[in-house]
Design a protein around this ligand. Sequence first.
Ligand code: NAD
Ligand code: DAU
Length: 355
Amino acid sequence: MTNFKNLIVTGGSGFIGANFIRYLLDEAGFAGRVINVDALTYAANPASLEDVAQRHGRRYCFERADICDRETMAGILDRYEADAICHFAAESHVDRSIVKPDDFIRTNIIGTYTLLQLARERAGRIVRFHHVSTDEVFGSLGAAGYFSEATPYSPNSPYSASKAASDHLARAYHETYGLPVTTTNCSNNYGPYQFPEKLVPLMILNALEGKPLPVYGDGLNVRDWLYVRDHCAAIWTVMQRGTAGRVYCVGGRCEKPNLEVVHRICDLVDAQAPKLADGRSRRALITYVKDRPGHDRRYAIDCTRIEQELGWKPAETFESGFERTVRWYLGNRKWVDAVRSGEYRRWMDQNYTQR
Ligand code: NAD
Ligand code: DAU
């Protein structure tokens, strides 16, 4: 068990980062201080942590900064006497990386490099650098088999290629300089506070508003779904008890074709919200649209290592996790309206006119 005193969380105002900070301060019994460092890009929402800041006072600090800005980041690490880093900050949306890869290369590769280098220069003090990564680095599976820690890298999108590069840098900083790095490669997360460009919140909100539900290709691409709190628990488990230099694959053992996920969301929205004006089921809103270029067919994680070595297991099932998630978006309109304004709307209008 490691007791960090001053934990830097990069990208803490994004989807998983915000859930992680909540988990640490509200549930995990973390006794130290969390310093959230976030540039507040379009994907961030400071409102996701408003109540946390109020409830936890000085145990939660926020710094608006770009992880690529070496000087500012050095100042933050030293001012807060950081002894651990949990690195979430990234450009995270595959479709955006296809339209405009620049920010992905910059933040995901240069940003991760900048942090690793700063941590290396503070080797005596920083006792853990946790790198949060994705199963997309492994590419695409056929009908059978699973991704595991032994799967060769084969990224197919600019997003996954940039994450693969960052994983290699994290690994190299352990092997070459002995930096105490751990990495998790996780499957698709869903849950509260997710930006509504991703499949799950986009479908919930469009279904609620009676808008078309855009399904790419034939809708039979498979993802392995994990409730975000379960991912947060996995990361914290690895940060505390994982072995430096080791990689852990994290997944929900919950493979579903996209169409099944969308059907489930439609049925839950039908059950939890007023019916559509014409009385149809929300399933009637499903619209097949042009496929994503290079769309990976199937992801599925074998998470035996983290289960057996560290005793982690997901708590939510597909049924309970999606039920909770739909209820959350329906009950948090203020958060949804804030996040859906401004740059989000402009980008969706420019790039997704068919919607
Ligand atoms: P997100 O897009 O919701 O949040 C990313 C956060 O990083 C935002 O708050 C943003 O402002 C911040 N950020 C971006 N560029 C920055 C910069 N240059 N400097 C400082 N902050 C910056 O992403 P997410 O879905 O929460 O994903 C978090 C991490 O988890 C990413 O590294 C992603 O690759 C990984 N991951 C995500 C999933 C998933 O299903 N969402 C699954 C596995 C791994
Ligand atoms: O696997 C982990 C990855 O999961 C993370 O590394 C990424 O950051 C995260 O965005 C997610 O990537 P995906 O591309 O799998 O997620 P997305 O929600 O964009 O899409 C999920 C599936 O749904 C995918 O097969 C594409 C499809 N899709 C997506 C959207 C947005 C649709 O059919 N219609 C849509 O409108």
